[in-house]
Design a protein around this ligand. Structure first.
Ligand code: GLC
Length: 563
């Protein structure tokens, strides 16, 4: 991106109140400073890394919480525990690990950050993190880390200064005099943290807070011992301060930044305050900055929206390089729930094309609840009923409106322990397109754990049902023939290897007409010799192939056919 474009973007955002030349200078100074501090080892790695490394079908991502992935390691040694278990991930075929928040934080499982440059002592130190990234790179595993851009904890020093009356830092947040909702703005955590504002007794003011609040409107007692205050990107100091945090982390060896809750970055009264055009200007500026500091590091946008809106996060190849394909995730689950693959085909055919330098990420389980409300009301109701009939728990579901939220549960529990169906879902996820993601324990058939209900700080948040410690002992069960851990792990490992053997695995599917609504048939452009058949029904299904021959597929069978 040329310098003129940077100026245009800065002008769009700040031109009315600030001198754009000065901001441009500041932008470039910040980038140069961090580029010059970038460790040589990372620069060498950069030189060996292809530009579009994330477009290779080799990429498989694993999502983990370090304390839950390494429960056997003592406190303060969790990152070392992850480092010592890299061989497990390598064995499975993983090439990317999304390490859920590890920065010093006050809550929301790490998403309420107190310090962007310090690791939470319960996990280890920044040096441990650098050692982990460096060993992972030797294993050809790249590191994904959350960049929580939208908010900080209200215990972050900026927020603490703001509470103390510091005007400079008060301008880092969005303060108001009333806790009244702005019409048309969605309430995200409406069940346990309703509204958009957090009351600050010290100031008798309200801070904009999309997610967790200490004092939501109408709640007298402190609801949570922390709040997440949204940052005020209308203040360019905020943009620069967050870019600095981003560059600092890039220089510790982060390869992919998951831009958490990125669609909420800009607020304007009279709008929904979601995905406003300014959000895209901010991302373009961050993209350019990161390119200057760490040219092979990329963004993953977390924007839970319809594809037409999500694809805007790819920009003109100048925002995020990857984003979650939420619609396909829901469509795969719908096929599992209904034995009907029609929605997978529909979603795929309606999916807008993405820039050739970009890629989808596809999970069927992650650290959050599974969204069910992206596609349409009918799908949401089907998924809601299906998940709840199994062992799912609702998350943020407005009463009587199941399509407004999500359902929590592990894959094993949501599919009622049906191994064949689990493996079918995994096979489709691995071959249908994009970069597949696995949430820790998915490969071992980990079941829901309801013990979070005994912890008052967690009990209202059903997402904790799947935030489960996975001890070494459990992982070792994958070596005991006949156990579910062994069956799932070994089969998923085989499927990962299969995916990697097909360079076009990440491309979108081309469908075959199987004339059977339970059987998905697809192949990839450039690999017409191989095609995949996936029977989502619990009965034998007969399909007629292109050469007019018939093929019988067993219940939940996934079949790879070489023509
Ligand atoms: C994202 C995270 C979620 C978190 C929220 C607020 O949606 O995935 O876990 O609660 O942001 O930071």
């Amino acid at each position: 991106m040329n310098e003129d474009k940077i100026k245009v973007l800065l002008n769009n955002l700040y031109g009315k109140e600030y001198n754009v030349d000065n901001l441009h200078q500041k932008f470039n100074n910040l980038c140069s400073r961090y580029r010059s501090h970038r460790p040589e080892k990372l620069k060498e790695l950069e030189n060996r890394t292809p530009d579009l490394w994330y477009k290779s079908s080799n990429n498989i991502c694993y999502i983990l919480y370090p304390d839950l992935f390494a429960p056997d390691s003592p406190d303060s040694q969790k990152l070392n525990g992850v480092k010592n278990n890299l061989s497990y991930l390598k064995d499975l075929g993983i090439t990317l690990i999304h390490i859920l928040p590890i920065l010093k934080s006050s809550g929301d499982a790490g998403f309420a950050v107190e310090n962007y440059k310090e690791i939470d002592p319960k996990f280890g130190t920044m040096e441990d993190f650098r050692e982990l990234t460096s060993k992972a790179h030797k294993y050809c595993i790249r590191i994904v880390l959350d960049m929580i851009l939208n908010h900080t904890s209200d215990t972050h020093p900026w927020a603490a200064a703001a509470k103390n009356g510091d005007k400079f830092y008060q301008n880092f947040y969005l303060f108001g005099d009333s806790g009244q909702n702005w019409p048309g703005v969605p309430e995200i955590f409406h069940e346990f943290a309703p509204g958009h504002w957090d009351y600050i007794p010290e100031l008798n003011k309200w801070a904009w807070s999309t997610f967790y609040k200490r004092h939501p409107l109408g709640v007298k007692e402190e609801k949570f011992p922390f709040a997440q205050w949204d940052l005020n990107y209308k203040n360019p100091e905020v943009l620069f301060a967050m870019m600095e945090n981003l560059f600092f982390l890039a220089n510790q060896g982060v390869d992919v930044f998951r831009l958490d809750a990125t669609n909420f970055l800009w607020k304007e009264k009279g709008t929904s305050c979601v995905s406003l055009p300014q959000v895209h200007d901010i991302l373009k500026l961050m993209h350019t900055g990161l390119e200057k500091v760490a040219p092979k590091s990329i963004f993953l946008a977390e924007a839970i929206e319809l594809p037409q809106s999500i694809i805007k996060y790819f920009g003109d190849s100048d925002e995020a390089q990857t984003a979650y394909n939420i619609s396909m995730m829901e469509a795969i689950w719908k096929a599992a729930a209904t034995s009907d693959v029609t929605t997978i085909k529909e979603v795929s055919s309606k999916m807008p094309a993405i820039p050739p330098t970009c890629e989808w990420m596809l999970f069927t389980e992650c650290h959050d609840a599974n969204f069910i409300s992206e596609l349409d009301e009918e799908t949401a109701i089907i998924l809601y009923k299906y998940f709840l009939k199994n062992k799912g728990l609702p998350f943020m579901l407005k009463e009587g409106k199941p399509y407004s939220g999500a359902v929590s549960g592990t894959t094993w529990s949501l599919l009622n322990g049906n191994k064949d169906l689990i493996l079918l879902l995994e096979a489709v996820k691995l071959t249908i397109g994009g970069i597949p993601m696995f949430y820790m324990g998915e490969e071992l058939g980990v079941e829901n754990d309801e013990s979070y209900k005994n912890d008052p700080s967690k009990k209202d948040d059903s997402r904790f049902i799947k935030r489960i410690a996975i001890a070494d002992k459990l992982r070792e069960r994958r070596n005991i023939p006949g156990t579910k851990e062994n069956i799932l792990f070994s089969k998923i490992k085989e499927l990962i290897a299969l995916r990697k053997n097909h360079p076009a695995s990440n491309l979108p599917p081309q469908f075959l007409d199987t004339a059977n609504k339970s059987v998905l048939g697809y192949y990839k452009k450039g690999e017409e010799k191989t095609f995949y058949l996936a029977n989502f029904s619990d009965k034998d299904q007969i399909v007629t192939l292109e050469d007019k021959s018939n093929k019988t597929l067993k219940p939940f069978q996934f079949e790879v056919i070489n023509r």
